[in-house]
Design a protein around this ligand. Structure first.
Ligand SMILES: [Zn+2]
Length: 461
């Protein structure tokens, strides 16, 4: 790691031209012009500097499945990924997916991931998933997933109590400055006592929690109300989707200090309803964004912001008829992948803004491209114009992980070959691509007779 580095002559998002001094991985000074010292000088003139972005909901283990589900409904997804493919993932598959997925994030300017890791089929899978993120050099909240994917005869986690016991010991032993540990709850339709046990486990260990919530309507008491009635909602929670939250639910979430992660592309494709962004913001809830699954959709953070913005505008404009003004401004979007996203996982004082004392997680965009010319690239209009291909340099904790358009220390052709080989082997193990939806009729039968009949851990994206 460079101990002292001066980024000279860049344009800081929202600020204009400035120099930025990094010492020991931290931003030490920002000023229009800083004096020359013994720091390594890096000329960044012509580049736009912005905070490293934060994706608050991604199942990184699904990187190996990229693009398979572009036309999948949610039931297709559940049948193929959660029922068929997840149990067939080896620990090596999970490692490779997380390693390559985290590199993809860095490549596109996402320096912090919330990895909802719900493919922990064995203790080795947990080690592999965590190691993949660590080796890629991404900053992450690795959320240990309780979801049960393992085949019943595998010998791993034969009971829910066994899984909790493993999580308790594993989570207390892991974690690093860059890859912290959290917990991802099973879907909340599993027996409520088990959900409570998972929450208790996280709280005893002092770990943040994340979970899919209110992705579609459920009869009776809502999930949020149930959590609230039992006194379980809290500021250590990141709820995902919440597309079917009532206003009462949103008030409960706001009162608790919990945050919401919306995943516009999966929510729109899979029929989870419209992203909750506008309603949640009106309730004063902290909002952030995630790409969820690359098996179906894209992980470009700029595309994610743009889709979220325009989907919300579509909803409010349709209600207004011909709108006099747009309710959601473009300036509200960047914080959802920077400062607000960081705050939603307890990193408000660590990353998400470029200011003195923060970790030097920095993205630099090349502006000598036609898609960013001419425009005042220091402001939020960037959201509607930029794409991941504009990301030229990326620093995590003051260290270049991408430089001059290339990931540092990554043998890309070899990695791509490995991905192709392991994906082909995985698909062969489940009977080939033609068999991916073979469990759909079973799932539909169960779905038609009520959600309680569907196997635990198979109900949400
Ligand atoms: Zn998800």
């Amino acid at each position: 790691m460079n101990e002292r580095m001066l980024l000279r002559g860049g344009t800081l998002l929202g600020l204009g031209r400035a120099d930025l001094l990094i010492e020991h991985g931290l931003i030490r000074a920002i000023a229009p012009s800083l004096p020359q010292t013994d720091a390594e000088i890096v000329d960044v003139s012509g580049k736009l500097l912005m905070p490293g972005m934060v994706d608050t909901h991604r199942h990184t283990w699904q990187t190996l499945l990229r693009g398979l589900g572009c036309d999948w409904s949610v039931l297709d997804y559940l049948a193929a990924v959660r029922v068929k493919l997840a149990p067939a993932f080896s620990a090596e598959d999970v490692y490779l997916s997380n390693y390559a997925g985290a590199l993809e994030a860095l490549d596109s300017g996402v320096t912090t991931l919330v990895d909802h890791a719900h493919c922990i089929n064995s203790p080795e899978h947990a080690d592999a998933a965590w190691s993949g993120l660590r080796d890629a050099g991404v900053r992450a909240l690795f959320a240990y997933g309780f979801a049960a994917n393992d085949p019943p005869d595998s010998g791993h986690f034969a009971t829910h109590a066994a899984r909790i016991a493993h999580a308790r010991s594993w989570c207390s032993m892991r974690g690093s400055e860059l890859v912290r540990i959290g917990v991802a709850l099973s879907e909340m339709q599993i027996p409520w006592a088990e959900t409570r046990a998972e929450i208790s486990c996280a709280r005893e260990l002092g770990l943040p929690l994340t979970f899919h919530c209110a992705s579609w309507p459920v009869p009776g008491m809502s999930q949020v109300e149930r959590l609230s009635v039992d006194g379980l909602l809290g500021p250590d929670m990141l709820l995902v989707h919440c597309t079917h939250c009532s206003d009462d639910d949103l008030r409960r979430i706001a009162d608790s200090g919990a945050a919401i992660s919306a995943t516009p592309e999966t929510e729109l494709q899979m029929g989870m309803g419209f992203p909750i962004i506008g309603r949640a913001l009106r309730h004063g809830i902290r909002m952030s964004l995630g790409c969820d699954v690359v098996c179906s959709n894209n992980a470009d953070p700029f595309a994610m912001m743009r889709l979220a913005l325009q989907a919300e505008r579509g909803v409010t404009n349709a209600r207004a008829g011909l709108p006099v003004r747009l309710e959601l401004s473009v300036a509200r979007m960047l914080p959802m992948v920077t400062s607000e996203a960081a705050a939603s996982i307890g990193l408000a004082a660590t990353v998400g803004t470029l200011r003195e004392g923060m970790q030097a997680d920095i993205v630099m965009l090349a502006t000598d491209t036609l898609n960013l010319s001419p425009m005042p690239v220091h402001d939020a209009s960037l959201v509607t114009q930029a794409h991941a291909g504009n990301v030229q340099d990326v620093l995590v904790r003051g260290r270049f992980v991408k430089r001059a358009g290339k990931l540092v220390g990554v043998d890309l052709p070899t990695l791509q070959r490995k991905l192709s080989v392991q994906r082909a082997a995985l698909l062969e193990r489940v009977g080939g691509p033609d068999q991916l939806l073979s469990e759909l009729p079973m799932l539909l039968r169960h779905w038609n007779i009520g959600q309680a009949e569907v196997g635990a851990g198979t109900r949400s994206a």
